[in-house]
Design a protein around this ligand. Structure first.
Ligand code: ATP
Length: 446
């Protein structure tokens, strides 16, 4: 990284932090000095300061009781406080919206691999030694007399310069297999490479079944964080290369069809967000859906369980396969299709499912059909804002008995509105009367 200019520093100026953050840190350090506590900035923010990348997630570590110190800060500055005793950490939310995590510098021991560790107070050096990679194991002291002094016992700066991800010890991935995914996340994000021994250790850990021991939420979290990075297509290819996809499902393969759909997602997402800037799409979820889009319902169901997906995520995964493709085929059939039919076909799908549907078409590389599908999607999103003037109450006033026919007639009215066969309330009333008339004649003849 040119920003590092191959230099290993002993101090760093925090002047690139925004003023509000810097001011907050100064205040906190004064308080720490008053109490004779050593306080450090640690983790991702230090790494990103050295890389000159914006990251304003402030993580502090206190040599001593971090939670007690966090309470003191919260009292002094009127900040909200959430305490996580099990991890000896606290999160502060200041009245101006700034957030800050304060932890007790600690040692961790793993009673069993892949489970959460036990935590004991320790020095900053020991605290750094429990961290995942050298580039994340750098601390900056904040106490006034040593403000800006860098602690880099594992030569994280050297690895930043060499653009390398390196674990601190040989058992690192075995202690905590989430680090396997974290390694790939940082490698892909920064365009770094895994140091040779680290890659070897990662491959070794991945060849065991340790990842199976991770709980569903922890595995899901890592996978979705990976897919939230800037280029999930490369990340997924890397997961496949390192034989890690099997932990989502042992039969999940990165075959040509899946690769084509996954590779089409960025284009589909870009079009969708340009066309509908207000719609909120869970991007990582679209990649997960794309990845499983050629899998059988049975495989998808197992993945849903393994990753402990939420009800909404599970629903997305289930429609992600053949249902989406059936809808895509209907829409790109040679026949012309009315806007109300498009509406009916797509009404049950989430935004994520619609983006995937588009991605599947992008993957087909058929420009004419792609243009038609995009037109249909625009028409569908417009249709979603169409409403009928009449409601159930109006139907009652028109003499219609409440019952299932209400949704039939309101559905017909909505379709007629969407197709612009009807544009006013008067026309809606006439439509209902005519429909009722026809029904009565029909009933009379029975
Ligand atoms: P990001 O920029 O993605 O937030 P980060 O490095 O800040 O990256 P966090 O998950 O917020 O990542 O973790 C903060 C710090 O805590 C890391 O920099 C690392 O030092 C340490 N850490 C986090 N997860 C682990 C882990 N699984 N094992 C060891 N250390 C970890």
């Amino acid at each position: 990284m040119s920003a590092m200019k191959n230099q290993v520093r002993t101090t760093i100026s925090l002047s690139t932090l925004p003023v509000r953050q810097r001011h907050l840190l100064k205040q906190i350090c004064r308080l720490a000095d008053e109490r004779d506590l050593s306080v450090y900035l640690v983790g991702g923010v230090v790494r990103d300061l050295l890389l000159k990348r914006g990251n304003w997630d402030l993580d502090l570590t206190v040599e001593g009781d971090g939670i007690a110190f966090a309470r003191l800060v919260a009292d002094r500055y009127g900040a909200g406080l959430a305490v996580f005793e099990r991890f000896a950490t606290a999160r502060l939310t200041f009245p101006n919206g700034l957030k800050l995590d304060i932890a007790t510098s600690r040692r961790e021991s793993y009673a069993q691999p892949a489970l959460l560790p036990t935590v004991q107070h320790a020095s900053i050096e020991e605290d750094l030694s429990r961290r995942d990679f050298t580039i994340n194991a750098i601390a900056v002291q904040l106490n006034q007399r040593q403000f800006g002094r860098i602690f880099d016992p594992y030569e994280g700066q050297r690895d930043l310069c060499a653009r390398t991800i390196r674990v601190l010890h040989a058992g690192s991935f075995l202690d905590d297999p989430t680090r396997i995914f974290r390694a790939i996340r940082f490698e892909q994000r920064f365009g770094f490479r895994l140091e040779r021994t680290t890659l070897h250790l990662l491959a070794q850990a991945a060849s065991t079944n340790l990842i199976q021991r991770l709980s569903g939420p922890r595995l899901r979290n890592e996978i979705l964080l990976l897919f939230a990075e800037r280029n999930p297509v490369l990340t997924i290819a890397r997961l496949a290369q390192l034989k890690l996809l099997r932990f989502l499902h042992r039969r999940l393969c990165y075959v040509k069809n899946v690769k084509q759909v996954v590779s089409a997602v960025p284009k589909a997402l870009a079009w969708w967000t340009r066309r509908f800037p207000d719609s909120v799409i869970d991007r990582p979820m679209v990649y997960l859906m794309a990845l499983s889009s050629e899998s059988s319902p049975l495989v998808v169901a197992t993945m849903i369980r393994r990753l402990a997906l939420s009800r909404e995520q599970a629903k997305n995964m289930r429609v992600g396969g053949s249902r989406i493709d059936r809808a895509r085929k209907r829409l790109t059939d040679a026949r012309t299709i009315r806007p109300s039919q498009v509406y009916r076909l797509l009404a049950g799908f989430s935004g994520e499912a619609l983006v995937l549907l588009l991605a599947r078409q992008v993957a087909m590389r058929h420009e004419v059909l792609l243009r038609r599908l995009k037109r249909d999607l625009v028409s569908y999103v417009k249709s979603r804002t169409v409403k009928t003037s009449l409601t159930g109450r109006d139907l009652q006033a028109l003499g219609l008995k409440p019952g299932p026919q209400y949704s039939t007639i309101l559905g017909k009215l909505l379709a007629a509105r969407i197709d612009k066969l009807i544009t006013t309330e008067a026309e809606e009333r006439a439509f209902v009367r005519k429909w009722l008339g026809e029904r009565n004649v029909h009933d009379d003849h029975r």
